[in-house]
Write a protein of this length. Structure first.
Length: 155
């Protein structure tokens, strides 16, 4: 997946374009999603803490997309890219109504269990694990982009 200069040069060429893949809108597709994302992270030499955050975020976004848009038939597109110390993952859903996770109220974990409403914990954790969240909706196309700033060990 990554573009590398020959090892004897000792240089790593930086990817300047995203890799994209379409996945069926089913929870059974998660195995393929994880394998593909894990391959990208390995190719890019992303360390375990950053890799965990990215995989968690991808799972949360993918599962929510499948569960909360059950009447939609289109596949889901995931795009991954890296530029220096920034790793971006975008999930695009087609022919759907807007859902902007940046507008979801913050999860209040301080409430007693009996007063908490179900839902929102996964979005809360995704926001905490990733460094930036952006959303764009245009012509039935809903795209959430998450950015992880990588530490020195990943550069």
């Amino acid at each position: 997946m990554s573009l590398f200069a020959p090892a004897w040069y000792g240089l790593r060429m930086e990817r300047t374009f995203p890799v994209e893949r379409m996945f069926p809108r089913t929870l059974e597709a998660l195995e393929g999603v994880f394998a593909w994302v894990s391959g990208f992270l390995a190719d890019e030499k992303i360390d375990e803490p950053a890799g965990f955050a990215v995989k968690f975020a991808v799972e949360e976004m993918f599962v929510n997309t499948v569960r909360y848009n059950p009447g939609v038939a289109s596949d889901i597109m995931i795009a991954l890219s890296r530029a220096g110390d920034r790793l971006e993952v975008s999930l695009t859903d087609f022919c759907v109504k807007p859902f902007d996770m940046t507008g979801v109220a913050e999860y209040d974990g301080s409430l007693p269990l009996e007063r908490r409403r179900p839902g929102g914990l996964g979005i809360h954790l995704t926001r905490r694990l990733m460094d930036q969240v952006a959303y764009r909706y245009e012509n039935g196309r809903s795209t959430t982009t998450l950015t992880k700033i990588l530490g020195d060990r990943n550069v």
